[in-house]
Write a protein that binds this ligand. Sequence first.
Ligand code: SF4
Length: 328
Amino acid sequence: MDKDRKKLLEINQLQKYFKVDRKSVLKAVDGITFDIYQGETFGLVGESGCGKSTVGRTIMRFYETSGGEVKFHSENVHAKKSKKELKKFHRSMQMIFQDPYASLNPRMTIKDIIAEGLDIHGLAKNKSERLARVNELLETVGLNSEHGNRYPHEFSGGQRQRIGIARALAVDPEFIVADEPISALDVSIQAQVVNLLKKLQDERGLTYLFIAHDLSMVKHISDRVGVMYLGRMAEIAPSDELYEKPLHPYTQALLSAIPIVDPKVERTRERILIEGDIPSPIDPPSGCRFRTRCPLAMEVCSDIEPKFQEYKKNHWVACHLYDEDYKE
Ligand code: SF4
């Protein structure tokens, strides 16, 4: 990424642990480092349980950290803040959820759901300004003013996600964490929501952290992509580079699982199967966490954890295959 671009978020050795019982700790996020630049979309990908949603929620300060830090505009997000500072912070960052239905209060009209942020932050001087703002937001996301008087159950999944987006936009945020925003939608609707998010980014200069479990979903929206495995970052690269020249065996396997539209290419290409399930983050494997499922694992992989290093310009990977000391 261009050095001149401004870092909006700096995530440095972030850890988030959850105590399971007296003896065990679940290390959902275990020391990950990456930056998000102003105006970009950073896609964060990995199987369920890899810790990607926990990263999003910790950045949003829904969770406190267990270690490391998150900086937003160079300020530590988790440092003690006054009520006024917290309010300002919550206005700058918003979240879009995977299940828009669960995140919309069924007893509230769409109008009131969208206006919640306006009310909390005192962004509308009076009722008519509030209504005008809500109608404008509905229009921005492809709905209309008449929809404002209805309730969440009256909408389809795609429309509900649009309502979730309008609610997030109401406070005019700079940064949005989109946590699997299209995973629950029909394939035909997914592209519409992705296009809407892209359009809003262009118009408003928004920065996104786009979380997904499937690399095909983040391809079209992300400038850069980070691949997580069992609480750690396996690889980060600009989107095109990651898709064309993935380095980490886990990324290669995830990519090989995406069906290709051209039947000729689909027939001839090699699939890399990842065997077994993701191990428990309570008791992760020694050395490289991917070694129990890696088709290229070497002896060193069970003893020494690979360093996360910049192997090529802007292309980071954690794998001994790219480590001068260990590659065979
Ligand atoms: Fe596979 Fe070893 Fe690389 Fe881990 S470090 S991904 S086990 S080759």
